[in-house]
Design a binder for this molecule. Structure first.
Ligand SMILES: *Cc1c(COP(=O)(O)O)cnc(C)c1O
Length: 383
């Protein structure tokens, strides 16, 4: 079976893991953790980085640090992995789902702008959603597939409404926009080192940003909010630390980040080149500097999830793993009553996406076989 996206562990992972065992630094104290923080801050273009146990826990912690509390609203795109919404829910907040732009599959800033203007008012310096009476506490765009949306416009919205701007950059390791690395745009950004991401720690995450106070707060919160060296704590903190074992793998992976992103881009370009002749086919959007996390194809408008399932079953018979992609948040059981503003694009898109094998270690022969196989099954998917 050619897998969808598996880790590439052919660098120094083993050597660094051996070092953890030999030195007995297997827990959250250890040199690899701070080394990975430095490497990640550098690649994100930020001054600070805080290592955490997962992308999801990083998002939860940074929303908490940014002041998101029970009963408040966090603006997110509906088209995302469910963890974006869960992070808000773990704060006791409610995700306010909005649509994405066709051009980058990221949260549409014009829509955020017009929804805030139309549906909210300022009371005592707070942004209040009129219908629900809830305070809007943060705006959280997602860097879908490593694409960076119009962050200048998001910056303007965040400044005008005095809202923290937090990026779910979970799948954006290695991404940039007009030569600025991905950490340059939001108040804080969170990446994931899950096994299916471009660089992995097995599991893990990293919060990056330039605001010292915010980053100090989030470090404090993720490390149990301890003060001093005894058993004194000043908040209900989290144990969201990354271990040295995770970080050892992460350091070896980060050494190869550039190479991995080049591989991802090459895979994307290869499928596009080989498959663009197929009737009605389209591909994943790619902003300047995108890290092209996943690759795949999009069926013509009007196709449904059954067509995608049919395609992936046919590919499976040929020994190729492919998958559907993110089902929007507003269609998920825990969020079916969450506030929603215009989700037409998300609604019409998710059922037409098929992700294709895109591991950084995929061989040329495998890529060729996948492309040939997609050509063979294409007509049965779109007829
Ligand atoms: C992977 C991912 C997450 C979750 O990260 P974990 O490390 O798996 O917790 C969150 N948001 C997006 C957009 C992701 O792709």
């Amino acid at each position: 079976m050619i897998p969808l996206a598996v880790p590439n562990l052919t660098g120094r992972e083993k050597e660094y893991l051996d070092n953890c065992i030999e030195t007995a630094y297997v827990s959250s104290a250890g040199a690899y953790v701070s080394q990975l923080e430095q490497m990640t801050a550098e690649s994100a273009g930020t001054k600070f980085a805080v290592a955490v146990s997962a992308g999801t826990t990083g998002l939860h912690a940074i929303l908490t640090a940014a002041g998101v509390r029970t009963g408040e609203l966090v603006i997110i795109p509906s088209f995302t992995f469910i963890a974006t919404a869960n992070a808000a829910a773990h704060c006791g907040a409610v995700p306010w789902c909005m649509d994405i732009s066709q051009k980058d599959w990221c949260l549409e800033p014009e829509l955020v702008w017009s929804s805030l203007k139309r549906e909210c008012e300022i009371r005592d310096g707070k942004v209040i959603h009129r219908k629900s009476g809830k305070r809007v506490a943060a705006v959280m765009p997602v860097y879908t597939l490593g694409n960076i949306p119009d962050m200048e416009m998001f910056r303007k919205i965040a400044d005008d409404y005095h809202l923290p701007l937090i990026a779910d950059a979970a799948c954006a390791a290695g991404a940039s926009f007009h030569s600025k690395p991905f950490g340059a745009f939001a108040d804080a950004s969170v990446i994931s080192f899950n096994g299916n991401k471009t660089v992995t720690c097995g599991g893990g995450g990293m919060i990056v940003g330039n605001h010292k106070d915010l980053m100090d707060t989030v470090r404090h919160l993720t490390t149990t909010a301890r003060i001093g060296t005894e058993y004194d704590f000043d908040a209900a903190g989290f144990n969201y630390r990354m271990t040295n074992i995770q970080a050892a793998v992460g350091c070896a992976q980060m050494e190869r980040l550039e190479e991995f992103v080049i591989a991802k881009k090459r895979i994307r370009a290869y499928y596009k080149e080989q498959l663009s002749g197929l009737d009605g086919i389209s591909f994943f959007p790619e902003t300047d500097g995108s890290s092209c996390w996943y690759s795949g194809i999009v069926l013509p408008a009007g196709r449904r999830i059954e067509d995608i399932r049919n395609a992936l079953n046919q590919l499976k018979e040929k020994g190729i793993e492919s998958r559907t992609f993110w089902k929007p948040v507003h269609l998920q059981e825990p969020y079916k009553n969450t506030p929603c503003s215009d989700v037409k694009v998300s609604q019409g898109l998710w059922e037409r996406i098929l992700t294709l094998p895109c591991s950084t270690g995929i061989t040329d022969d495998e890529l060729k076989y996948v492309a040939e196989s997609v050509k063979e099954i294409w007509h049965s998917c779109i007829q």
